[in-house]
Design a protein around this ligand. Structure first.
Ligand code: ZN
Length: 241
């Protein structure tokens, strides 16, 4: 009896260890405001009523049309995290965003989950996208948002090597198909220094697209100003990140 128990003891412990490691890896890979190497920015500590509106994916010509029509009348400057593949597919679109005063930044080349590989596997992807952003008139801010917010150790090390800061968020698209509820939920969470993530580049993101004008009005009514990510980062207190 004892022998049988002993035989099962070691594999049992090993199984538990594997489960803990896999679960721990999974949870830390999706942690928003923490990572193994470096410190991701998910909000800037400030008392000023300033936020950053950030939009992921693309660019697509139709999406850029939408953003320019929606943001320009309000004078809002935003930050667009774009993928290398889409920059190649539609050259000149990111440049239109830059020309309107928006910031463009790195959202990887292929938009894959970047958490299972060594840093070397990610460096080329990051640098290739940087080169495309520069070609579109992007600045030298070197900001990166991980696709799906996923990262473990390889990506943060690659980002440290390439000089990027990881930009996450503290508010993201609420799960609702009602634009008013979408807007209300975003506005309810807003506080000074918030980084708001909205997916509205593609036509299928109809709820977000219809919510955005309501969010812009709501921010203004509450005395908030939306600035680019780099402008928001200027408010950082030394030592907070
Ligand atoms: Zn994305």
């Amino acid at each position: 009896m004892t022998r049988i128990r002993r035989r099962w003891w070691i594999p049992g412990i090993l199984l538990i260890l594997v489960v803990v490691l896999v679960l721990g890896g999974f949870l830390t890979s999706r942690a928003r405001c923490w990572q193994w190497v470096g410190t991701p920015v998910c909000r800037v500590e400030t008392s000023e009523k300033i936020v950053a509106l950030t939009f992921d994916d693309g660019p697509t010509p139709e999406g850029v049309d939408y953003f320019l029509q929606t943001l320009t009348p309000e004078g809002t400057k935003a930050t667009f995290f774009l993928t290398g593949a889409d920059l190649v597919a539609d050259p000149g679109q990111a440049r239109r965003l830059v020309a309107a005063g928006h910031q463009i930044a790195n959202h990887s080349y292929r938009h894959e989950r970047m958490w299972g590989l060594f840093p070397d596997a990610y460096e080329g992807d990051i640098r290739d996208t940087d080169a495309l952003l520069r070609r579109e008139g992007g600045d030298a801010a070197l900001l990166f948002r991980p696709p799906y917010g996923k990262k473990l150790t390889g990506l943060p090390i690659a980002l440290a090597r390439t000089g990027h800061r990881t930009i996450m968020w503290d508010i993201e698209d609420p799960e609702t198909s009602d634009p008013k509820a979408f807007s209300d939920q975003v506005l309810k969470q807003v506080r000074p220094g918030s980084i708001i993530l909205i997916h509205a580049m593609y036509r299928r993101r109809d709820t977000a697209r219809r919510a955005l004008p309501l969010i812009l009005t709501g921010l203004k009514d509450r005395g908030y100003r939306a600035v680019t990510m780099s402008e928001l980062l200027r408010l950082e207190q030394p030592g907070t990140n």
